[in-house]
Design a protein around this ligand. Sequence first.
Ligand code: SAM
Ligand code: SF4
Length: 342
Amino acid sequence: MQNAVSGLNAARQSYPFKLMDRFGRKIEYLRLGVTDRCNLRCTYCMPPEGISCTSKEEILTFSEMERLVRLFVTLGISKLRLTGGEPFVRKDLIKFLWRMQSIPELKQICITTNGVLTAPLIPELKEMGLSGLNLSLDSLSDSTYKKITGQNQLQSVLQSFHQALQYKIPLKINTVIQPGLNFHEMIPLSRLAENNPVEVRFIEQMPFRGDHAFVPKGGSAKEILYRLRLEYPDMVKIQKSNSTAQGYSVPGFNGTLGIIAGYSRTFCNNCNRIRITPSGLLKTCLYDHGVVDLKQLLRSGCTDSDISSTISKAVINRSSNGFEAENKNTSALTHSMAAIGG
Ligand code: SAM
Ligand code: SF4
């Protein structure tokens, strides 16, 4: 990371045209939460009864989202990921995706999905040139999958997996490791990367469950790495910039493995991403509580230039890392990942 002063000068020079924080980190990647609703109830993401969802009026409309995306593109964003909640439960998502595909400056458009509703949509996602699909899959056992997600939907997710492979949509698997539930499945899940050109990423559980503040216990990136190294002693680190996942190649594998230290937060130095929550809050760090109410700006008649300038200032003042962002919060982390747009 550059020092704060030279980073700030660089940011000022490019302001208001490109987003850069005072540490010299260029922001090029926007994650947009299109809904906080979901058809699953993953244990690490929500309490069993679900979260109290934002009312329809308080969720950004697709035209508001489009205005924001276009504005962020003028500020240098070139990669967009749609997430949620479950993006595919939002009506007309496909129409919105086609609108996004018509923005030439967006070099990559990706989706993170639980894969329950995705399989039948894969041909159209391929047709529109989707850059990648991240599929959440925490278990290959029907009963454990149901225990984790509350629904008996493993087979629908596997169908989405096979469809995406068949249509050659670049695929990543996200597995949140929960000791006692799926730690022992790391090797069977890794075999998906052995046999297919996919990246299987094991994620540390983070304290975003929407009910009460808690500290995740076990399943740290170190423990995950230790388990993988036991099985694959020849695996080798892959150097990638700006990825939250530390990738590993394993001799004989078609794909790769990855570890996301979301709780240990060892990747903040290279973080190039910001988020917009379904209710329109700008988050410059996963661990902040939202630093700008973009919906309020949009709905109070601000011009694009007003909004761009507010965004640029918020980005310049971004926290240096997730610990600093968390420490600045005046209340505990009690949001669900579904409301954050994880
Ligand atoms: N519903 C979609 C899905 O599950 O892929 C997209 C939204 S979900 C919030 C995005 C990603 O966040 C998923 O891969 C999920 O496993 C992960 N996630 C959710 N809650 C988490 C938590 N508390 N800790 C770590 N990862 C979490
Ligand atoms: Fe839904 Fe995704 Fe959260 Fe699971 S992780 S409850 S699928 S939003």
